[in-house]
Write a protein that binds this ligand. Structure first.
Ligand code: OTU
Length: 597
């Protein structure tokens, strides 16, 4: 009898042909022929180096590929330094995560970043080193052991679109090494002009334009984000090889999920908007195939902050050659934005539309849902969804943005991002501040703020996604203005909602209320057995969003008025465990979580 194949041989036979085909699609058959032995070598090396506990996890998760599509899956996201001081400090706070029921931890700014301003850690100087002031890779391995014991998966950012300008590759490119110059895009002034006419801007106020003149490079380097973030040239297969290797090595250090930062921007084609290009998807498929072969316990998560219609393809699509899987998880940014629009205009119309556009998630995949994250609320991504509802979506969104920035009678204390407020872009502020906790001066106003916080947390949880809490939001932390005094951060308004974790605040009534509400929502979802693509039902009330969660019906009242809704006879309130009328009233900004008897 022939010996049975090793897991690596089995996976290589199963997924190798897909990987080989994708490389040919990206770089042509002739180059794929030459590249394939190098790709399969680096894959075999990392497969052989896979530590035993992770190899065991691979087998478990292969047998249960939808392991993370579960009502129990809630997550947490935060900065290593601001949460725990150091990597070891994060490990010391795992008990807090366990108390929240967290199963997934996204740590920001873990890897070695550029000196000075690093865009909050998104200008990476070395993907395989930990930021020195935070610890070492050995500390990360110890942290992942602690996390695995608590069934928490560590997620780390893989910033694939750009490196820092002081990354080894950039330094070599600047010193004239042609191999590394080709890792980046260098254009002439004329080419830049032609390209710019088709490109939008991510940071129009603090980093206008998409290119930076670098004298040592004798031209303009493509820099979509800050001038110190040099966009990688993925048309060069050496970049792909280096990144596959990087990703697999990090997976072998115990990283269980990769957040593919700015993934929509990856592939450049002058003359297009350089977002969501077909080859950007092919690159994601390459990474997925490599993980399927070497580290199938590992998840890929797409961070594609783009108009709603462009987002679902990051789960994968079938373009006629069978389903081509991409990410296990995809941020439902549009649903997050829609929650804030709904609060501002006291209407459920937009979240209802986004939920209806969020179905069709493939098996073994799920949305990542959230109320707030470390970035601004970028309004433009839902413009086209609003256009289906309103003849003037631009004005409507601007009104929502202005409201969230405190205009008129607003309870919110947000600030415009990359705009003086006159043009639509983004809004900053913590969950609590934007929900009105900062402006509240009495108990009644505070109560309304707590309700709005719970409402947005309920949107993330009852809609079935892997629901992630941003650090400090469980404690109701308010806007932090201290960044204005720090020369490396003063230009960056997003620091407004990145306060350091206030451990003492966890003991306050506000934190107990918010954390308690979060726990009740999570428990309700587990009891309802709801997870996976969201489903909306019609509530008959314009301000009330209806979400089906398992067999339950969850009503979110986005208005400041009581709302009456209909229920079949004999239903119960799952949160308060009491029978419900056939026509219950939902108090202002309250939610009703109803279960069949
Ligand atoms: C991502 O963000 C990160 O989340 C940001 O923190 C980084 O600044 C950025 O990439 C560069 O690495 O374009 O599609 O606030 O939503 O920059 C992803 C704007 C992105 C962010 C946007 C975003």
């Amino acid at each position: 009898m022939p010996p049975s194949p090793s897991p690596h041989e089995r996976r290589l036979a199963a997924f190798g042909p897909r990987l080989r085909r994708l490389i040919a699609r990206l770089y042509g058959e002739a180059r794929a022929e030459a590249l394939w032995p190098r790709v399969s070598d680096l894959i075999s090396i990392q497969a052989a180096a896979r530590p035993a506990p992770l190899a065991a996890l691979d087998l478990l998760r292969e047998a249960d590929p939808a392991w993370f599509v579960s009502p129990e899956m809630v997550g947490y996201s935060g900065y290593v330094d601001r949460f725990g001081g150091t990597v070891a400090g994060v490990a010391a706070h795992v008990d807090h995560l366990e108390a929240l029921g967290v199963r997934y931890l996204h740590l920001l700014a873990l890897l070695k970043a550029r000196a000075g301003d690093s865009d909050g850690g998104f200008a990476i100087a070395d993907y395989l080193s930990v930021e020195p002031r935070l610890g070492t890779m050995a500390d990360v391995e110890r942290l992942t052991e602690r996390l695995r014991a608590a069934r928490i998966s560590l997620c780390v950012d893989l910033a694939l679109n750009h490196t820092a300008d002081d990354h080894e590759w950039a330094r070599r490119a600047r010193s004239g090494d042609p191999r590394y110059r080709d890792f980046y895009h260098v254009l002439t002034g004329e080419q830049v002009q032609a390209a710019e006419t088709h490109l939008a801007q991510v940071f129009p106020a603090t980093a206008p334009g998409n290119f930076t003149y670098v004298p040592e490079m004798g031209g303009w380097v493509w820099t979509t984000f800050y001038p110190f973030q040099w966009d990688l040239n993925w048309a060069n297969p050496e970049v792909m090889l280096a990144m596959i290797d990087t990703m697999l090595r990090l997976a072998n250090h115990g990283v269980e999920a990769f957040r593919l930062d700015s993934i929509a921007f990856l592939w450049k084609e002058v003359g297009t908007d350089c977002r969501n290009r077909p080859h950007a998807h092919d690159v994601v498929r390459v990474l997925r195939a490599a993980l399927d072969i070497v580290a199938p316990a590992t998840l890929l998560k797409a961070e594609a902050i783009v108009p709603t219609a462009f987002v679902p393809p990051y789960f994968g699509v079938d373009e006629g050659e069978g389903f081509e899987p991409e990410c296990h998880l995809v941020y439902n940014n549009s649903l997050m934005v829609a929650g804030w629009v709904a609060l501002a205009e006291q209407s459920a119309a937009l979240p209802d539309a986004i939920v209806r556009a969020s179905g069709g998630v493939p098996r073994g995949a799920n949305w990542l849902s959230y109320a707030r994250c470390h970035d601004d609320i970028g309004w433009g991504t839902v413009l086209r969804d609003l256009a289906a509802i309103d003849a003037d979506p631009q004005s409507r969104l601007r009104a929502a943005a202005r409201f969230t920035e405190g205009a008129g009678e607003s309870w919110a204390t947000g600030e415009p991002f990359q705009s003086d407020g006159s043009v639509l872009h983004g809004t900053n502020g913590t969950l609590a501040s934007l929900a009105g906790l900062e402006s509240a001066t009495d108990d009644a106003a505070r109560e309304m703020a707590f309700r709005r916080i719970a409402l947005l947390n309920a949107l993330a949880i009852a809609s079935g996604g892997l629901a992630v809490t941003y650090m400090g939001d469980e404690a109701g932390l308010l806007n932090d203005h201290a960044y204005r005094a720090d020369p490396d951060r003063m230009h960056e308004g997003r620091w407004l909602h990145r306060p350091a974790m206030d451990w003492a605040a966890l003991d306050t009534p506000a934190a107990r209320r918010i954390t308690g509400d979060l726990a009740r929502l999570r428990d309700a979802r587990i009891a309802a057995g709801g997870a996976g693509a969201p489903a909306a039902f019609d509530t008959g009330h314009p301000a009330v969003l209806g979400l089906s969660c398992g067999g339950d019906r969850v009503f979110l009242n986005f208005s400041g008025e009581p709302a009456e809704v209909d229920l079949p006879d004999g239903w119960h309130d799952r949160l308060d465990d009491r029978p419900l009328d056939a026509r219950p009233t939902i108090a202002p900004w309250r939610l009703l979580w109803a279960r069949p008897a």
